[in-house]
Design a protein around this ligand. Sequence first.
Ligand code: AKG
Ligand code: FE2
Length: 261
Amino acid sequence: MATVTKLNLKAEAVESGDRHGRDSENEAEQNVAVAATSDSKTKRVVVELGNGSQVIYMPKFLGYDQSWDYLEYLNKNIPWKRPTIRVFGRSCVQPRDSCYVASEGLPQLVYSGYEPHAYSWDEFPPLKDILDSVHKALPGSHFNSLLLNRYKGGDDYVGWHADDEKLYGPTPEIASFSFGCEREFLLKKRPDKTPQGKTSSGEPPKKRLKKVCSPDQHSFVLKHGSLLVMRGYTQRDWLHSVPKRVKADSVRINLTFRRVL
Ligand SMILES: O=C(O)CCC(=O)C(=O)O
Ligand SMILES: [Fe+2]
């Protein structure tokens, strides 16, 4: 059973508050816009990744205590499983716990050769409340499924991947809610498949074409109660991961809301 250390969590929250301030300064030069609002709770960091991909990060989406209550509820009440999955043709135990919740009648999710059982939203009423708050923050969103992950400690992780399963369509919006121990979330650009010397339209490049220089890696420390949204072509053009972190000694729960088409 995973243990939760509230004190550790508090200490990390303070530490990362400082770190976040410094990161924001650096990121200001890198296609990052901080939406100007007077209320720190609704502060949004918008990162334009280029070519129609975008990430929005809301570090204080939900208050500390309320987030703590959700963490405890989810830790105790979700039927967590650590399934066997297939990665590069080899079977391995998934390096984190997970669970899947979806509306009725949707096509079955399959990832890494694994078909998770789809639980109903009605079995976990607090998840419906979280879903409502995400819908309110993201007008026009209609999430109908949720993949939950539990990282028991720093050895649990998710490797580089994209949530590009066909059932989400070409430009899925994915809203990722984090509770508990802060962990790093990395994004890196997928290698460009266009042959060298050709543009994506197949034409040779025009002379003196101005090179737009934008970073091909981004990193966020996902705070307790934060919401990160990936949009546009992020799943087609970028990979993301939550690497192992030796210093992470308490549980983290992450919820990724998705829309199956
Ligand atoms: O735990 C996270 O922040 C990311 C989880 C994730 O990428 C996924 O479930 O597909
Ligand atoms: Fe993912």
